[in-house]
Design a protein around this ligand. Structure first.
Ligand code: PEP
Ligand code: MN
Length: 342
Protein backbone atom coordinates (compact mmCIF):
# COMPACT_ATOMS: atom_id res chain seq x y z
CA UNK A 1 0.00 0.00 0.00
CA UNK A 2 1.05 3.54 -0.69
CA UNK A 3 0.39 6.63 1.43
CA UNK A 4 0.48 9.56 -0.98
CA UNK A 5 1.43 12.84 0.68
CA UNK A 6 0.08 16.25 -0.33
CA UNK A 7 2.23 18.31 -2.64
CA UNK A 8 3.40 20.61 0.16
CA UNK A 9 3.63 18.04 2.97
CA UNK A 10 6.45 18.89 5.39
CA UNK A 11 9.32 16.61 6.39
CA UNK A 12 7.81 16.36 9.86
CA UNK A 13 4.47 15.21 8.42
CA UNK A 14 6.24 12.57 6.32
CA UNK A 15 8.17 11.42 9.40
CA UNK A 16 4.97 11.10 11.42
CA UNK A 17 3.47 8.87 8.74
CA UNK A 18 6.61 6.69 8.73
CA UNK A 19 6.37 6.34 12.51
CA UNK A 20 2.67 5.56 12.43
CA UNK A 21 3.24 2.79 9.86
CA UNK A 22 6.03 1.26 11.98
CA UNK A 23 3.81 1.57 15.04
CA UNK A 24 1.19 -0.48 13.18
CA UNK A 25 3.79 -3.25 12.80
CA UNK A 26 4.74 -2.69 9.13
CA UNK A 27 7.82 -1.44 7.37
CA UNK A 28 7.77 2.07 5.83
CA UNK A 29 9.78 3.32 2.87
CA UNK A 30 9.57 7.01 1.86
CA UNK A 31 9.64 7.42 -1.93
CA UNK A 32 10.51 10.97 -2.94
CA UNK A 33 9.36 11.94 -6.43
CA UNK A 34 9.31 14.91 -8.75
CA UNK A 35 5.56 15.40 -8.36
CA UNK A 36 4.85 13.99 -4.92
CA UNK A 37 6.32 12.12 -1.99
CA UNK A 38 4.73 8.86 -1.04
CA UNK A 39 5.42 6.44 1.78
CA UNK A 40 5.31 2.77 0.85
CA UNK A 41 3.94 0.35 3.38
CA UNK A 42 5.38 -3.13 3.20
CA UNK A 43 5.05 -6.28 5.19
CA UNK A 44 1.26 -6.46 4.97
CA UNK A 45 -0.15 -9.63 3.54
CA UNK A 46 -3.74 -8.54 3.71
CA UNK A 47 -6.04 -5.73 4.65
CA UNK A 48 -4.56 -2.62 6.27
CA UNK A 49 -6.75 -0.30 8.33
CA UNK A 50 -6.06 2.97 6.49
CA UNK A 51 -8.36 5.24 8.56
CA UNK A 52 -5.58 6.20 10.99
CA UNK A 53 -3.19 7.14 8.17
CA UNK A 54 -5.77 8.95 6.06
CA UNK A 55 -6.60 11.25 8.95
CA UNK A 56 -3.00 12.40 9.45
CA UNK A 57 -1.82 15.92 8.50
CA UNK A 58 -0.21 16.11 5.07
CA UNK A 59 -1.74 12.85 3.80
CA UNK A 60 -3.63 13.06 0.52
CA UNK A 61 -4.79 9.47 0.10
CA UNK A 62 -3.96 5.80 0.60
CA UNK A 63 -3.67 3.73 -2.56
CA UNK A 64 -3.67 -0.03 -2.84
CA UNK A 65 -1.04 -1.21 -5.35
CA UNK A 66 -2.95 -3.47 -7.69
CA UNK A 67 0.02 -5.19 -9.36
CA UNK A 68 1.38 -8.37 -7.76
CA UNK A 69 4.85 -6.81 -7.91
CA UNK A 70 4.71 -3.81 -5.60
CA UNK A 71 7.95 -1.87 -5.24
CA UNK A 72 8.88 -2.60 -8.84
CA UNK A 73 5.67 -1.07 -10.19
CA UNK A 74 5.04 2.41 -11.61
CA UNK A 75 2.17 2.70 -9.16
CA UNK A 76 4.72 2.53 -6.35
CA UNK A 77 7.19 4.95 -7.94
CA UNK A 78 6.24 7.17 -10.87
CA UNK A 79 9.70 8.45 -11.78
CA UNK A 80 12.21 6.37 -13.70
CA UNK A 81 14.91 4.74 -11.59
CA UNK A 82 18.39 5.69 -12.73
CA UNK A 83 21.21 3.36 -11.65
CA UNK A 84 24.48 5.26 -11.32
CA UNK A 85 27.78 3.37 -11.33
CA UNK A 86 31.08 4.41 -9.74
CA UNK A 87 32.53 5.43 -13.13
CA UNK A 88 29.62 7.79 -13.76
CA UNK A 89 27.64 5.58 -16.15
CA UNK A 90 23.92 6.17 -15.66
CA UNK A 91 21.43 3.51 -16.70
CA UNK A 92 17.81 4.59 -17.04
CA UNK A 93 18.36 8.29 -17.77
CA UNK A 94 18.11 10.00 -21.13
CA UNK A 95 21.32 8.41 -22.41
CA UNK A 96 21.54 4.81 -23.57
CA UNK A 97 24.38 2.92 -21.90
CA UNK A 98 26.35 0.25 -23.73
CA UNK A 99 27.84 -2.79 -22.00
CA UNK A 100 30.07 -4.98 -24.14
CA UNK A 101 32.69 -7.68 -23.91
CA UNK A 102 33.24 -11.38 -24.41
CA UNK A 103 30.83 -14.01 -23.13
CA UNK A 104 33.56 -15.33 -20.81
CA UNK A 105 36.88 -14.06 -19.51
CA UNK A 106 39.38 -16.48 -21.08
CA UNK A 107 42.82 -15.05 -20.38
CA UNK A 108 44.52 -11.74 -19.68
CA UNK A 109 45.35 -10.89 -23.26
CA UNK A 110 41.80 -11.55 -24.48
CA UNK A 111 40.04 -9.43 -21.85
CA UNK A 112 42.54 -6.56 -21.99
CA UNK A 113 42.39 -6.42 -25.77
CA UNK A 114 38.60 -6.42 -25.66
CA UNK A 115 38.41 -3.79 -22.92
CA UNK A 116 40.87 -1.42 -24.60
CA UNK A 117 39.15 -1.61 -27.98
CA UNK A 118 35.60 -1.38 -26.60
CA UNK A 119 36.44 1.58 -24.39
CA UNK A 120 37.83 3.41 -27.43
CA UNK A 121 34.61 2.72 -29.31
CA UNK A 122 32.52 4.16 -26.48
CA UNK A 123 31.35 1.28 -24.29
CA UNK A 124 31.51 2.27 -20.61
CA UNK A 125 30.71 -1.10 -19.01
CA UNK A 126 32.75 -4.26 -19.67
CA UNK A 127 31.00 -7.62 -19.57
CA UNK A 128 32.66 -11.01 -19.16
CA UNK A 129 31.67 -14.11 -17.25
CA UNK A 130 34.06 -15.59 -14.69
CA UNK A 131 31.47 -18.13 -13.52
CA UNK A 132 29.62 -19.54 -16.50
CA UNK A 133 26.32 -21.40 -16.13
CA UNK A 134 26.70 -23.64 -19.19
CA UNK A 135 23.99 -25.86 -20.61
CA UNK A 136 26.49 -28.73 -20.79
CA UNK A 137 28.65 -29.69 -17.79
CA UNK A 138 31.49 -30.42 -20.24
CA UNK A 139 31.62 -26.87 -21.64
CA UNK A 140 34.05 -24.22 -20.37
CA UNK A 141 32.82 -23.18 -16.93
CA UNK A 142 34.84 -19.98 -16.53
CA UNK A 143 38.06 -19.00 -14.76
CA UNK A 144 36.39 -18.32 -11.40
CA UNK A 145 38.09 -15.81 -9.11
CA UNK A 146 41.06 -15.57 -11.47
CA UNK A 147 38.59 -14.20 -14.06
CA UNK A 148 37.29 -11.64 -11.57
CA UNK A 149 40.84 -10.45 -10.94
CA UNK A 150 41.40 -10.00 -14.66
CA UNK A 151 38.20 -7.96 -14.88
CA UNK A 152 39.39 -5.77 -12.00
CA UNK A 153 42.65 -5.21 -13.87
CA UNK A 154 40.73 -4.21 -17.00
CA UNK A 155 38.69 -1.74 -14.96
CA UNK A 156 41.85 -0.26 -13.49
CA UNK A 157 43.41 0.25 -16.90
CA UNK A 158 40.36 1.47 -18.82
CA UNK A 159 37.98 3.02 -16.27
CA UNK A 160 35.17 0.80 -17.51
CA UNK A 161 32.68 -0.54 -14.97
CA UNK A 162 32.35 -4.33 -14.68
CA UNK A 163 29.26 -6.51 -15.05
CA UNK A 164 29.74 -10.20 -14.31
CA UNK A 165 27.58 -13.10 -13.23
CA UNK A 166 27.07 -14.73 -9.83
CA UNK A 167 25.67 -18.24 -10.16
CA UNK A 168 24.92 -19.21 -6.57
CA UNK A 169 24.10 -17.46 -3.27
CA UNK A 170 27.51 -18.22 -1.74
CA UNK A 171 29.26 -16.69 -4.74
CA UNK A 172 27.50 -13.32 -4.46
CA UNK A 173 29.86 -11.73 -1.94
CA UNK A 174 32.93 -12.70 -3.94
CA UNK A 175 31.48 -11.32 -7.18
CA UNK A 176 30.38 -8.14 -5.37
CA UNK A 177 33.98 -7.54 -4.27
CA UNK A 178 35.00 -7.14 -7.88
CA UNK A 179 31.90 -6.14 -9.84
CA UNK A 180 30.05 -2.86 -10.33
CA UNK A 181 26.98 -4.84 -11.39
CA UNK A 182 26.13 -8.42 -10.41
CA UNK A 183 24.50 -10.27 -13.30
CA UNK A 184 21.82 -12.84 -12.57
CA UNK A 185 21.47 -15.04 -15.61
CA UNK A 186 18.40 -16.33 -17.38
CA UNK A 187 18.86 -19.81 -15.90
CA UNK A 188 18.80 -18.34 -12.41
CA UNK A 189 16.03 -15.77 -12.67
CA UNK A 190 13.89 -17.70 -10.23
CA UNK A 191 16.68 -18.83 -7.92
CA UNK A 192 15.17 -17.13 -4.89
CA UNK A 193 18.05 -17.68 -2.43
CA UNK A 194 20.38 -16.14 -5.04
CA UNK A 195 18.00 -13.19 -5.55
CA UNK A 196 17.74 -12.60 -1.81
CA UNK A 197 21.50 -12.65 -1.35
CA UNK A 198 22.03 -10.28 -4.30
CA UNK A 199 19.30 -8.06 -2.85
CA UNK A 200 21.38 -7.69 0.31
CA UNK A 201 24.71 -7.16 -1.48
CA UNK A 202 24.57 -3.36 -1.80
CA UNK A 203 25.72 -3.74 -5.43
CA UNK A 204 23.53 -3.00 -8.48
CA UNK A 205 22.00 -6.09 -10.10
CA UNK A 206 21.34 -6.90 -13.76
CA UNK A 207 18.42 -9.32 -13.82
CA UNK A 208 18.03 -11.24 -17.04
CA UNK A 209 14.64 -12.55 -18.05
CA UNK A 210 14.31 -16.30 -17.67
CA UNK A 211 14.04 -18.09 -21.00
CA UNK A 212 10.50 -19.26 -20.23
CA UNK A 213 9.45 -16.49 -17.88
CA UNK A 214 6.39 -14.32 -18.34
CA UNK A 215 6.83 -10.60 -17.79
CA UNK A 216 4.98 -10.84 -14.45
CA UNK A 217 7.31 -13.63 -13.26
CA UNK A 218 10.31 -11.54 -14.29
CA UNK A 219 9.04 -8.47 -12.43
CA UNK A 220 8.25 -10.58 -9.36
CA UNK A 221 11.82 -11.89 -9.44
CA UNK A 222 12.97 -8.24 -9.43
CA UNK A 223 10.64 -7.64 -6.48
CA UNK A 224 12.77 -10.07 -4.43
CA UNK A 225 15.76 -7.75 -4.95
CA UNK A 226 13.87 -4.61 -3.96
CA UNK A 227 12.22 -6.38 -1.03
CA UNK A 228 15.72 -7.03 0.37
CA UNK A 229 16.52 -3.34 0.09
CA UNK A 230 18.33 -3.16 -3.27
CA UNK A 231 16.76 -0.46 -5.46
CA UNK A 232 19.53 -0.53 -8.07
CA UNK A 233 18.06 -3.13 -10.38
CA UNK A 234 18.39 -3.22 -14.16
CA UNK A 235 16.15 -5.58 -16.14
CA UNK A 236 17.46 -7.30 -19.25
CA UNK A 237 15.41 -8.82 -22.08
CA UNK A 238 17.56 -11.59 -23.63
CA UNK A 239 15.07 -13.58 -25.70
CA UNK A 240 12.65 -16.32 -24.76
CA UNK A 241 12.22 -19.93 -25.85
CA UNK A 242 9.79 -20.55 -28.70
CA UNK A 243 9.32 -23.00 -31.56
CA UNK A 244 11.39 -21.12 -34.12
CA UNK A 245 14.78 -22.72 -34.80
CA UNK A 246 16.35 -20.05 -37.01
CA UNK A 247 17.54 -18.05 -34.05
CA UNK A 248 18.74 -19.23 -30.63
CA UNK A 249 15.82 -17.55 -28.85
CA UNK A 250 13.02 -15.22 -29.86
CA UNK A 251 13.76 -11.62 -28.99
CA UNK A 252 10.69 -10.27 -27.24
CA UNK A 253 11.01 -6.69 -28.41
CA UNK A 254 7.56 -5.74 -27.18
CA UNK A 255 8.62 -6.61 -23.63
CA UNK A 256 10.63 -3.37 -23.61
CA UNK A 257 7.74 -0.88 -23.89
CA UNK A 258 5.52 -3.18 -21.82
CA UNK A 259 7.99 -3.22 -18.93
CA UNK A 260 8.68 0.51 -19.23
CA UNK A 261 5.00 1.10 -18.64
CA UNK A 262 4.62 -1.38 -15.78
CA UNK A 263 7.83 -0.55 -13.94
CA UNK A 264 10.12 2.38 -13.12
CA UNK A 265 13.22 0.15 -13.43
CA UNK A 266 15.61 0.56 -16.37
CA UNK A 267 15.35 -2.11 -19.08
CA UNK A 268 18.22 -3.05 -21.35
CA UNK A 269 18.41 -5.51 -24.25
CA UNK A 270 20.78 -8.37 -24.99
CA UNK A 271 20.55 -8.95 -28.75
CA UNK A 272 23.43 -11.48 -28.57
CA UNK A 273 21.69 -14.19 -26.53
CA UNK A 274 18.34 -13.22 -28.05
CA UNK A 275 19.47 -14.19 -31.55
CA UNK A 276 22.56 -16.36 -31.11
CA UNK A 277 23.77 -15.34 -34.58
CA UNK A 278 26.35 -12.63 -35.19
CA UNK A 279 24.69 -11.20 -38.29
CA UNK A 280 21.40 -10.69 -36.43
CA UNK A 281 22.84 -8.84 -33.45
CA UNK A 282 23.24 -5.36 -34.95
CA UNK A 283 19.72 -5.24 -36.48
CA UNK A 284 18.16 -6.29 -33.15
CA UNK A 285 20.31 -3.79 -31.23
CA UNK A 286 18.94 -1.07 -33.51
CA UNK A 287 15.40 -2.30 -32.91
CA UNK A 288 15.90 -2.37 -29.14
CA UNK A 289 17.07 1.23 -29.07
CA UNK A 290 14.11 2.25 -31.22
CA UNK A 291 11.76 0.38 -28.86
CA UNK A 292 12.98 2.40 -25.87
CA UNK A 293 15.66 0.23 -24.27
CA UNK A 294 17.79 2.09 -21.71
CA UNK A 295 20.91 0.23 -22.73
CA UNK A 296 22.44 -2.69 -24.58
CA UNK A 297 24.60 -5.59 -23.48
CA UNK A 298 26.47 -7.14 -26.37
CA UNK A 299 29.01 -9.93 -26.77
CA UNK A 300 32.15 -8.87 -28.62
CA UNK A 301 35.34 -10.93 -28.91
CA UNK A 302 38.79 -10.03 -30.32
CA UNK A 303 38.71 -13.30 -32.30
CA UNK A 304 35.18 -14.76 -32.31
CA UNK A 305 36.06 -18.09 -34.04
CA UNK A 306 38.41 -18.96 -31.16
CA UNK A 307 35.96 -17.97 -28.38
CA UNK A 308 35.51 -20.57 -25.62
CA UNK A 309 31.82 -19.73 -25.40
CA UNK A 310 29.19 -18.08 -27.59
CA UNK A 311 31.58 -17.39 -30.48
CA UNK A 312 28.81 -17.65 -33.08
CA UNK A 313 27.01 -14.66 -31.62
CA UNK A 314 30.07 -12.60 -30.71
CA UNK A 315 30.68 -9.51 -32.82
CA UNK A 316 33.95 -8.52 -34.44
CA UNK A 317 35.20 -5.10 -33.34
CA UNK A 318 34.21 -3.52 -36.67
CA UNK A 319 30.65 -4.72 -36.26
CA UNK A 320 30.52 -3.23 -32.79
CA UNK A 321 31.72 0.12 -34.15
CA UNK A 322 28.88 -0.02 -36.66
CA UNK A 323 26.40 -0.87 -33.89
CA UNK A 324 27.50 2.20 -31.91
CA UNK A 325 27.24 4.45 -34.95
CA UNK A 326 23.78 3.28 -35.97
CA UNK A 327 22.41 3.15 -32.43
CA UNK A 328 23.47 6.75 -31.89
CA UNK A 329 21.48 7.88 -34.94
CA UNK A 330 18.40 6.00 -33.77
CA UNK A 331 18.74 7.28 -30.19
CA UNK A 332 18.87 10.87 -31.42
CA UNK A 333 15.76 10.36 -33.54
CA UNK A 334 13.80 9.59 -30.37
CA UNK A 335 15.25 12.46 -28.32
CA UNK A 336 17.82 10.38 -26.52
CA UNK A 337 21.53 9.93 -27.02
CA UNK A 338 24.03 7.15 -26.84
CA UNK A 339 26.40 7.36 -23.89
CA UNK A 340 29.70 6.92 -25.69
CA UNK A 341 32.76 7.33 -23.53
CA UNK A 342 33.40 8.34 -19.94
C1 PEP B 1 25.68 -14.51 -20.61
O1 PEP B 1 25.42 -13.30 -20.43
O2 PEP B 1 26.74 -14.91 -21.10
C2 PEP B 1 24.62 -15.51 -20.34
C3 PEP B 1 24.91 -16.74 -19.95
O3 PEP B 1 23.39 -15.01 -20.53
P1 PEP B 1 21.93 -15.64 -20.27
O4 PEP B 1 21.84 -15.83 -18.79
O5 PEP B 1 21.01 -14.57 -20.77
O6 PEP B 1 21.83 -16.91 -21.06
MN1 MN C 1 27.12 -15.71 -23.45
Amino acid sequence: MLVVMKHRASEAEIDSVVHAIRDMGYDARPIPGAQRTAVGLIGNDGHVDTARLEGMPGVQQCITVTQPFKQVSREWKEDDTVVTLANGTRIGGSEIAVMAGPCAVENEQQIMEAATALRKMGATVLRGGAFKPRTSPYSFQGLGEEGLKLLAKAREETGMAIVTEAVDPDGVDLVAEYADIIQIGARNMQNYPLLRRAGRSGTPVLLKRGMSATIDEWLLAAEYLLAEGNDDVILCERGIRAFNTHTRNVFDLSAIPVVKELSHLPVIADPSHATGIRSKVVPMARAAVAAGADGLIVEVHPDPPSALSDGAQSLYFEQFAELMEQSRVIARSIDRDLLAGL
